[in-house]
Write a protein that binds this ligand. Sequence first.
Ligand code: GLA
Length: 396
Amino acid sequence: MLRSTHMSSNLEKLRSEFHSIYGRVPRMFRAPGRVNLIGEHTDYNGGFVLPMAIERGTTVAATARTDRKILVRSRNRGEAGEIDLDSPELMRRGSWLDYIEGMARILERTGVRLLGADLLIDSDVPSGAGLSSSAALEISVGLALTEISDVSIDKVQLALVGQAAEHEFVGANVGIMDQYISALGKKGNALLIDCRSLESEQVPLSSAETRVVICDSKVKHDLAASNYNVRRDECEEGVEILRKFLPGIAQLRDVTRLQFEQYAGSLPENIRKRVRHVVSENDRTLLAVDSLRKGDLSSFGKLMWESHTSLRDDFEVSCRELDLLVDLAFECKGVLGGRMTGGGFGGSTVNLVRKQNLEMFTTQVLEGYARNTDTEPAIYISEPADGAREVVDAIR
Ligand code: GLA
């Protein structure tokens, strides 16, 4: 079982490695990965999501340069790159540099004038696990680039820059959830985000009785290469068709369950299933928030199971390994709810487990998964953590 520990000694290492590469003492910025508790594939439909930031994150050590060049190294990959902000843009190389270049270029397009930068990046968010390593990278780099250029940027704006970078420079047509929670998460809280108005509310998530347990299937998920973009198009097709009957709708967010039932017959089967997922998932998310506020964890958990079924059968973004992890969790004592989390087609599940049953849960899931696949899942337990920030105290 892994937990994010030794944070300050990791920061120390990063700082001294930065010093030996670039010869200066850096400032440090960190942005977390996330796990989504409920509200999946609703963000790009203008709907509701309930993610929380996790204790794992990406840290960027940074100093400014005066020549408008960004020299960047990734500790995890052992690779380096260079971006010259005064040269033409380069996009979709298919590497991690797309995220860095995307952030810098889109920030500049929004009117921010950046200095150059020396950067060293380190992350403990597993990549391809559906825990938003991409958003953690974008938001930590965006924060570092702006802060060392002495520019302050609103956190929602920073999230929007991250989303645009992903669309244009990476080629994944993502919603706003991951960047938003990475920028604005708050310790001890999940965040209800209205993905249309971009307003949000903190929803306290107590760890008195239960813990949030993440099981990484180790089936790599890659949004740019998956059917993610296809699902987005299918949702838009649903809006197009339904608009003939409901001219007032702009996104699936605007469709009620009743309206869906009334016009479901006019939708081709695959579109009908996608729409049914989105409409029901928006309702589940708002109900889940109510349950959490009332301290009704068993209702909350039930909505998580239902969400998984809908993602598996209607939205069709699960896979055999994720279904197995959810089935294994369902069999365990003290599990209130579980579901796949994030974009799907691999990645992780999220489970709400009673504290006294944690050990048993871990053992049963590890054994059951190993018996049915030839892989071992990784299990992470995380409290809701803070969003993007400069890290100052832990390094002194
Ligand atoms: C990915 C995207 C998000 C969201 C989820 C599915 O994580 O980055 O914007 O669409 O998938 O809920």
